[in-house]
Design a protein around this ligand. Structure first.
Ligand code: NAD
Length: 265
């Protein structure tokens, strides 16, 4: 199975190159990065601290898509949209981890997914995707006497709050209760807030240090609490999930898939 990595010089890109090199039954077909990147022209193996592969980092993705069964993309939205076009033109499957996509970008991806299979997920961690499914199930089972609160902590550089994953956990809980998250989300509390409103889904955000990503979903009732917790200690979990998605997508019909599809949840 031939896997190409676009954005191969990035933090995630380098992890993905190593992950593919370490996976039996997978061959690296090449890697590209943006025009002007220092990595262009370097050997892909030595770029990521491994032995030389004989593949030089390129900056023209057109050939890479022709030479790959699946291309994994953790870049920037503008690049991802171009890559999706190359993938559709070359009948190459894609795994997209890029975040910050607008509704317009999403529409272009959906359009391309009528021609090729695409897995797209804002969080590729297998554990977090399992947590989404568990939270939905637990919320549906417990009913409204359990107050749902979501606590997340990330490193000091994170600029958005609550995290996209915390909001996705809130959506999963809301889906379990058959309500819309926007109608019940309590994203900030400060001052004299009054008592908690029944049915709300609350969020609390902590920031500090180098925390990769901690999420707790708390179901609190009179007499007991259930806490579902996930802690990411390395970004490697995202690369592992993406490579698992690449393995899964080969041979699938055209369509837009999520990690929940990949994991059969
Ligand atoms: P990064 O800045 O380290 O890497 C991005 C790479 O893309 C850079 O090397 C950059 O030069 C390259 N790039 C930019 N334009 C390009 C183009 N036109 N062609 C080829 N390469 C191009 O960022 P990162 O931390 O690796 O994150 C990348 C993306 O992945 C972000 O959107 C981030 O939020 C997302 N991400 C998603 C998950 C997930 O699980 N889905 C996990 C971590 C990060």
């Amino acid at each position: 199975m031939k896997i190409g990595i676009v954005g191969c010089a990035g933090r995630m890109g380098q992890m993905l190159v190593r992950e593919v090199l370490d996976n039996e039954g997978m061959a690296l077909s090449g890697g590209t990065d943006r025009i002007g990147s220092d990595a262009v022209g370097r050997d892909l193996g030595s770029l990521v601290g491994r032995t030389e592969t004989g593949l030089a980092v390129g900056c023209d993705p057109s050939e890479l898509f022709g030479a790959s069964d699946v291309v994994i993309d953790f870049t920037v939205p503008a690049a991802t949209i171009q890559h999706v076009e190359f993938a559709a033109a070359n009948a190459c499957a894609m795994v997209i981890g890029t975040t910050g996509l607008t509704a317009e970008h999403e529409a272009l991806i959906r359009q391309a997914a009528t021609r090729i299979p695409i897995v797209r997920a804002a969080n590729m961690s297998v554990g977090v995707n399992l947590l989404f499914a568990m939270v939905e199930k637990v919320a549906a089972t417990l009913g409204d006497d359990y107050d749902i609160e979501i606590v997340e902590m990330h490193h000091r550089h994170k600029v958005d709050a609550p995290s996209g994953t915390a909001l996705a956990l809130g959506k999963a809980a809301a889906a379990g209760r058959a309500v819309n998250l926007d109608d019940v989300a309590q994203r900030v509390r400060d001052g004299i807030t009054g008592p908690r409103k029944a049915g709300d889904i609350g969020f609390a955000t902590l920031r500090g240090g180098d925390v990769v990503g901690d999420h707790d979903v708390i179901f609190a009732a009179e007499g007991e609490r259930i806490i579902l917790s996930h802690k990411a200690s390395s970004r490697q979990v995202f690369a592992k999930g993406a490579v698992r998605a690449a393995r899964w997508i080969q041979g699938k019909p055209a369509g837009l898939y999520s990690m929940r599809d990949v994991l059969g949840l």
